[in-house]
Design a protein around this ligand. Structure first.
Ligand SMILES: Cc1cc2nc3c(=O)[nH]c(=O)nc-3n(C[C@H](O)[C@H](O)[C@H](O)COP(=O)(O)OP(=O)(O)OC[C@H]3O[C@@H](n4cnc5c(N)ncnc54)[C@H](O)[C@@H]3O)c2cc1C
Length: 423
């Protein structure tokens, strides 16, 4: 139903049922849901096209979602308030995402037994599917929203060109990661103006810098330690996964996932992180070293049975042990070797900037929002979705899943409210 308002100059102005600010996966899913029920909506995007970040996701292949159960999905998140996502993911799960794209003509295929990518292997297909049923007249690109104000249940959306009126506004402006794609953190400015609480965006899911690695372990550049457990000095949590030595420090899934906590820990003091360089437990390494074929083996050869020749050499250099027969080594030297391999400890200087991180922590406090709808508890008709909210996950399709399911939730809520009004 089209409602009009008359402004001070006597001109008639449409009051939209909903305006979506931002055309990323969250905003586009909200638009698809509103479109399916012929709601009178508008999507405003500041770039010359929608979905710029979506196009670079997953190495331009876009890891849309994964095959985890809702429980497993939520347990994988490094968030205190992760239970907030239960109702949202149960209402629009990864299975619903697969069906949504299938209905648009795009099959998602499983990789590594866990991640779903488009069968075309191109993120552009995901964007095309999201755009397939949307009407160009309802999407206004090159419209950067500058301010949002509210009076008597009607929001005014101020862009650099013109103002729009709406009864519901969905803020889907993303975070502050990769700002060249358009995600410049504007959602927080709108929240500030509207009195909604948030935390500033900070880096998450990114690599870390260590001058100690540069100075002493540059030979390990390119080495991956598989399936290790990483811990951060002064932090109770541990992080599982691969760790990669790089020319600047450390990367790999375990480091990426820990980076948000490393960032917070670094705010107070310089910190160390530690992880095992071998897959064996400390006890197993001890047993291998002390029971090696009658103690008649050369230490480097024995170490090479549990790690790579490069790491074995680095280990011996670091603990200042020559390549001798194990029987000639003192208990202290064996303990040093075990400590180096099982509790490798390194100091971290800094975490990559939020602008270069895959995702950002921080954002609108989810406790400001109603969990099943993403509507503000304070201001009726105001919704925040996607990465602009303090909800994010690791690499593996978690973030686009959150964007899509929150997009679906807010639009469904608006549809239900409008339905109720028309009865
Ligand atoms: C390199 C890279 C690879 C990634 N790969 C994956 C992956 O494979 N799988 C995965 O799940 N996640 C991935 N992510 C994370 C994922 O891309 C984001 O979490 C997701 O895009 C967030 O969606 P969103 O719709 O909330 O925000 P965005 O995608 O950031 O979209 C926000 C939109 O709002 C627009 N906008 C901003 N401000 C305004 C304004 N004032 N007025 C109008 N429009 C505005 C922006 O231009 C943009 O189009 C990756 C991220 C990066 C950086």
């Amino acid at each position: 139903m089209t409602v009009e308002s008359v402004n001070k100059s006597g001109e008639k102005q449409v009051i939209y049922d909903a305006i979506i600010v931002g055309g990323g996966p969250a905003g586009l899913m909200a638009a698809n849901t509103l479109q399916s029920k012929q709601i009178n909506y508008l999507l405003l995007e500041k770039n010359e096209r929608v979905g710029k970040k979506l196009l670079i996701t997953g190495g331009k292949r876009c890891n849309v979602t994964n095959n985890l159960s809702v429980d497993a999905f939520i347990q994988s998140l490094n968030l205190k308030h992760r239970n907030f996502l239960y109702t949202l993911l149960e209402s629009f799960s990864s299975q619903d995402i697969l069906e949504f794209f299938k209905a648009k003509g795009l099959n998602l295929v499983l990789e590594e037994g866990f991640k779903y990518f488009p069968e075309t292997q191109m993120s552009s297909s995901v964007l095309e599917a999201l755009m397939k049923d949307l009407k160009t007249k309802q999407i206004k690109v090159n419209h950067s929203v500058k301010r949002i104000t509210e009076a008597n249940g009607v929001f005014t959306i101020h862009t650099q060109h013109e103002n729009f009126l709406t009864r519901n506004v969905i803020i889907a402006t993303g975070s502050n990661s990769y700002p060249t794609t358009g995600s410049s953190g504007d959602g927080l400015h709108f929240a500030e103006y509207l009195g909604i609480n948030y935390d500033p965006f900070t880096p998450a899911e990114t690599h870390v810098y260590s001058s100690e690695i540069n100075a002493h372990y540059d030979i390990l550049q390119g080495v991956t330690i598989r399936d290790t457990i990483l811990s951060i000095q002064g932090v109770k949590k541990t992080f599982h996964g691969d760790v990669l030595f790089t020319h600047f420090g450390l990367s790999g899934p375990a480091v990426l996932h820990a980076s948000e906590d490393i960032y917070k820990a670094l705010l107070n003091q310089k910190i160390d992180i530690s992880f095992s360089l071998v897959n064996q437990s400390e006890g197993e390494v001890k047993s291998i070293l002390t029971h090696s074929s009658n103690q008649s083996n050369m230490i480097k050869k024995v170490l090479e049975t549990i790690t790579t020749p490069r790491l074995a050499m680095v280990c011996l250099n670091k603990v200042s042990v020559d390549n001798k027969n194990i029987a000639e080594l003192s208990h202290h030297q064996l303990d040093e070797i075990i400590r180096f391999l099982c509790h490798f400890t390194i100091s971290i200087d800094r975490v990559e900037d939020k602008e270069h991180a895959f995702v950002n922590a921080g954002g609108i406090h989810s406790k400001e929002l109603i969990p099943h709808s993403m509507e503000s508890k304070k201001i009726k008709g105001l919704y925040f979705i996607g990465e602009t909210v303090d909800l994010h996950g690791p690499i593996g399709g978690f973030n686009i899943t959150i964007a899509l399911s929150t997009g679906y939730a807010c639009a469904s809520d608006i549809i239900n409210t409008l339905k109720g009004e028309h009865i």
